[in-house]
Ligand binder design. Sequence first.
Ligand code: F6P
Length: 332
Amino acid sequence: MADRIRRIGVLTSGGDAPGMNAAVRAVVRAALAKGIECVGIRRGWQGLINGDFVQLSRASVGHLLSLGGTMLYTARSEEFMTPEGRQKAVSTCKMLGLEGIVAIGGDGTFRGALELSRLGVQVVGIPATIDNDVGCTNYTIGFDSACNTAIECIDKLRDTMQSHERCSVIEVMGRNAGFLALYVGTAVGATAVLVPEHKLNFEEDVIERIRASRLAGYTHFMIVVAEGAGSAMDVGEKIHEALGIKPTVSVIGHIQRGGSPTGRDRETATRMGYYAVQAFVEGRGNSIIATQEGSIVEIPIEKALTMTKHLQMDRYKIMEVMQFGSNHDREF
Ligand code: F6P
């Protein structure tokens, strides 16, 4: 029987996401329920290097479920990418008696976690990023909240575009992936959705779509652009050149990273936080907590970082059928 773990640290790292606080709350409460002390590390991996910590109790996390952002702050750490920086982080763990770290973040966070685990510090990762682009998990905390924020913004835009019979080009986040753009584009009934995973044929994918929409009787048009597929400004200028109409351009930007997490993000974060502590308790550190087909599983960090996931292009076709009745039987 492995020695009982007595104290762990928890940190949030990389771009923040709604639901990170719910995950922190779940880790703290699940740990305390098992008689494990929990220390909050502020400002991500840099905080571990600097020994920037706060003791956490049940009361410390009592107000967190509905709060966006992260009470532990977050940061991206260049120093942690160096062997010297990681050694400093190990020293902090030794000084504070941290037998494990729960790291809440995206794939960059987990690459750091793997390096730290190789120096003897057990780490369990919880996937949290609005991009949903972590290869080992179907879902990352924050994705649903960010999508609903973008959907709310675009629904509002549609009202005024419809009234003025105009074209709107909207840029959403997602880093180098189109998960957020495709989900949002489908949910708002976009005229066209530009994602990095689909090689853009501007004439066919945008101009022809607007013409078909106009011929079908629409007089307003909504174009959703994933930031990884290009800039909304450029798309707007190209539409102006081709059709003579001057689209409005909106970059939703960091608004997508804020706001109170949805119920899905709160509930998923709570389960992931609980299972992260269970992994430590049952002696299975150095893993990533992931969702696979609706269940929560643990995947060894090294394997998790080799896993990839791809945009579901069948969903792209469905979006086209909804808008145009056919997807021109195109191969993707
Ligand atoms: O990874 C989350 C994310 O919001 C991406 O969607 C976006 O490209 C990036 O972070 C922006 O990073 P920063 O907040 O450092 O500008």
